[in-house]
Design a protein around this ligand. Structure first.
Ligand code: ZN
Length: 622
C-alpha cells in the first residue's frame, strides 16, 4: 500500500491523499520507519508548529517524505574515523590531545557557516531541538536530514530543492546579503554609493569576507572577523591550545598564525596563515579552515550588469563572491600521501602538455604545491555539507586569495575516508554499463582521476578568472576534468598507470558524467558534467548499445583534448561572452542522458547522504 500521509493533527487524525483515518495505521511506511523515530510515534498528537524568537517554523517535508529520506537506503551514510582505529590509537599523546581542540575549533567554524548559509539555520535548528524534546518524530527525522545537509536547504541527489522549513526558500544572497534585497535594488544602491563617493564602502561590500547588511538607504559590509567575533574567538582559543600540545612545530606555527587571523580583521593575516598552511607536507595532523565561494548567487549578478561593472573598474574594484567556511580535522595517511607525492613530481611534465602554454604563466610550480591524503575525523560547515554530494578533495587557497600574491603555494587535501565509502555506491553501474567494461572500474579509478583533476587546477591560466563571472567556476571545473583525462595516455606511457588502470579511469570518467537527473545551471560541478556528457556523446566516446552505455575507450582522450583547448582559450582571453556561449552550447540534457538517468534511478533510492563521526563524537565528549 502506497499511502501518502500529508499531515497528522493533534487528535491523531492522519490526513492522507484523499481520506482521513482516525487512528494511526500501520502502513508499509510505518513499519519501515527508522528505529530512532518509532520512539516518538506515541506522541503524534504534537503539532509541528512552535513560536521561536518571533519566527514561526514548520517542518517542510511531510511524514512520507521524511520516512523515505531517512531510511538507510534513502540516506547514504559515510562513516569517518573510529575511536579504535590504529590511525588514531598510534598517535603521540600530544597529538591526541590536540585533536580534541581542533574538533572544537572546527565546531566553532560550523556555527559561523550555519549563519553564512542562512540566517534561519540556527533558529530552525533550535526549533527542531525543542520539538524533539517534546517527542515529535518528524522533528527527529528533519534533524537527521539537517545534520546531513548541515542547514535548512539542499539540493538532493536528484537536484530537488529541499527546504526543511515549510514555506522558506533559499535566498540567492544566502546569509551574506539581506534576504529582502532584490538584484535591482542591490545594483542601484551600489550606483548611488559610487555617485556619492562611497567607493571605499563599496569595496567592503564586494569582497569575499564580509556580510552585507542594510545601513539606512545604503549597504555596508562587515568583515567576518568582526561579525563573528564570538565564534572566531572560540576557534582561535582552541587552535592555540592545540598548538601547545601537538608534536609538530610547523603545524603549531600554522595554528598560531590561523588563530591570529581569526582575532583581527586583516586579510594579510589570513594570507600569512594560508601561506604557512599550504607549505605543510609532513605533519601527523591535518586542520584546515576551508574558504570557497561557490554559493553566493548575489555578488555574481554584477557580472551581468556591464554598466555597473565598468563603473566599478574605474575604482579598481573587482567583485568577488563571498566565502563559505568549513572546518576539516584529520590524520595524515602516509601511504596515500606517498602516491600523491609521486604524482606531484610529474606536474612540470604535465604543464608542458597544456594547450597554448606559451600564452600564460603557470601559477603553480611543483615546489609550492603540497598534497596530503587524510583520514578524516570530521568535516564541519561547508566542507561537510552533504547536498547531493560530498567533497572528495580540496585544493586551496583559491585564486582569489591574497596568499598566492605573496608567494604562497597551494595545498591539496584528499579525503580518503570519503572515497572508500563512495565506491560502495558505484555498484549502481551494474545495470547501466556494458558488462564487459565494468570489471575495469576499481576504487582507484576514481581516485586516480580525482588526483588528476586536482592537479590540473594548478595548471593553466588564471589571470583572467574574475572576468568570467558566474562561468568562472564552471569552466575551471570543466578544465580540471578534461585536462586530467587528456594526460591519461601520456601517464600510461610513463608507466604511472597499467593498461587496465587506464581503461578503468576512462570508463569511470565517462560514466561519472551521467547524472541521475537534470540539474539547473546553478551548480558548477554538475553543469560541467552535463556539458562533458554532451561533448563526449557527440565525439563518439560512448554510445547506447542494447540498453547500456558502451564506452569507446580510444575516443575519450581525443575528445577531452579538444574540449580542453576550447576552455583554455576562453580562460586565457577572459572572454565572458564566449564563456556564456560555450556553456550554453554544451549544457544540454540529451535523450541519452535522460535514458541513463532513468536507469540509474531504478537502481538506487538514495536521496542524500550524511556523515557518521565516531571519533569526533568521542573527542567532543572527552
Ligand atoms: Zn575541482
Amino acid at each position: 500500500m502506497n499511502m501518502k500521509i500529508n499531515k497528522i493533527d493533534k487528535n491523531y487524525n492522519i490526513y492522507t491523499n484523499n481520506n482521513i483515518q482516525t487512528k494511526p495505521v500501520k502502513s508499509a511506511s510505518y513499519t519501515s520507519y527508522p528505529m530512532i523515530l518509532t520512539n516518538g510515534l506515541n506522541n503524534l498528537a504534537l503539532i509541528n508548529k512552535v513560536m521561536f524568537t518571533g519566527q514561526n517554523y514548520d517542518i517542510g517535508l511531510n511524514r512520507d517524505e521524511l520516512i523515505k529520506r531517512t531510511m538507510p537506503n534513502g540516506l547514504l551514510t559515510i562513516t569517518l574515523l573510529k575511536n579504535d582505529s590504529p590511525e588514531y590509537t598510534n598517535l603521540a599523546d600530544g597529538d591526541k590531545q590536540a585533536l580534541k581542540h581542533l574538533i572544537k575549533a572546527a565546531d566553532a567554524i560550523a556555527e559561523v557557516e550555519l549563519q553564512l548559509d542562512d540566517e534561519n539555520n540556527i533558529p530552525f535548528k533550535k526549533y527542531l531541538e525543542k520539538e524533539i524534546v517534546k517527542g515529535n518524530p518528524d522533528a527527529e527525522a528533519a534533524m537527521e536530514l539537517f545534520k546531513g545537509q548541515k542547514g535548512i536547504f539542499a539540493k538532493d541527489l536528484l537536484f530537488n530543492e529541499i527546504s526543511l522549513a515549510k514555506g522558506l526558500k533559499q535566498s540567492p544572497g544566502r546569509g551574506v546579503y539581506p534576504r529582502d534585497l532584490s538584484v535591482e535594488e542591490f545594483h542601484s544602491i551600489l550606483f548611488k554609493m559610487l555617485d556619492e563617493g562611497k567607493d571605499k564602502e563599496v569595496k567592503n561590500i564586494l569582497n569575499q569576507r564580509s556580510v552585507v547588511v542594510r545601513n539606512g538607504d545604503y549597504l555596508k559590509g562587515i568583515d567576518y572577523v568582526d561579525k563573528f567575533k564570538k565564534e572566531f574567538s572560540i576557534a582561535a582559543n582552541e587552535l592555540e591550545k592545540a598548538a601547545n600540545v601537538s608534536t609538530n612545530e610547523d603545524f603549531n606555527k600554522y595554528l598560531n598564525l590561523q588563530a591570529q587571523a581569526l582575532r583581527t580583521a586583516n586579510p594579510m593575516l589570513d594570507a600569512y596563515a594560508d601561506k604557512k598552511w599550504a607549505s605543510l607536507q609532513d605533519t601527523p595532523l591535518e586542520f584546515t579552515i576551508t574558504r570557497e565561494n561557490y554559493e553566493d548567487k548575489m555578488t555574481e549578478t554584477i557580472f551581468r550588469n556591464k554598466k555597473l561593472l565598468n563603473r566599478l573598474k574605474k575604482y579598481g574594484i573587482t567583485p568577488i563572491a563571498k566565502d563559505f567556511l568549513g572546518g576539516r580535522v584529520g590524520i595524515v595517511n602516509k601511504e596515500g600521501t606517498e602516491f600523491l607525492k609521486e604524482s606531484k613530481a610529474l606536474m612540470p611534465k604535465l604543464a608542458e602538455l597544456m594547450p597554448f602554454k606559451d600564452e600564460y604563466e603557470q601559477t603553480i610550480s611543483a615546489d609550492n604545491q603540497a598534497m596530503v591524503d587524510v583520514d578524516i575525523v570530521d568535516v564541519t560547515g561547508a566542507v561537510g555539507e552533504y547536498r547531493g554530494k560530498i567533497t572528495l578533495a580540496e585544493n586551496l587557497p583559491n585564486s582569489d586569495k591574497l596568499s598566492l600574491k605573496i608567494g604562497g603555494g597551494k595545498r591539496n587535501v584528499y579525503h580518503k575516508s570519503m572515497r572508500d565509502n563512495k565506491f560502495k555506491a558505484l555498484q549502481i553501474y551494474n545495470k547501466v554499463l556494458d558488462k564487459s567494461q565494468i570489471k575495469y572500474i576499481t576504487p582507484d579509478s576514481n581516485h586516480y582521476f580525482t588526483v588528476g583533476h586536482e592537479n590540473a587546477h594548478s595548471l593553466g591560466p588564471h589571470h583572467n578568472d574574475a572576468k568570467l563571472g558566474e562561468y568562472r567556476n564552471i569552466l575551471e571545473e570543466n578544465k580540471a576534468d578534461v585536462a586530467a583525462i587528456s594526460f591519461v595516455d601520456e601517464l600510461t606511457k610513463m608507466g604511472v598507470y597499467t593498461n587496465a588502470e587506464r581503461k578503468g579511469i576512462l570508463i569511470n570518467f565517462v560514466m561519472s558524467n551521467f547524472l541521475k537527473a537534470q540539474p539547473d545551471n546553478s551548480i558548477a560541478h554538475r553543469v560541467r558534467q552535463v556539458m562533458q556528457c554532451k561533448y563526449l556523446g557527440e565525439s563518439g566516446a560512448y554510445e547506447i548499445k542494447n540498453g547500456k552505455v558502451h564506452v569507446n575507450i580510444e575516443k575519450v582522450v581525443p575528445a577531452c583534448k579538444k574540449m580542453l583547448k576550447e576552455v583554455i582559450r576562453i580562460q586565457i582571453d577572459g572572454d565572458y561572452d564566449a564563456a556564456a556561449e560555450y556553456v550554453n552550447k554544451n549544457f544540454v540534457w540529451t535523450d541519452d542522458m535522460k535514458f541513463v538517468a532513468d536507469k540509474l534511478n531504478a537502481e538506487t533510492s538514495a536521496y542524500n547522504g550524511t556523515l557518521n563521526t565516531p571519533l569526533a563524537d568521542f573527542l567532543r565528549n572527552s
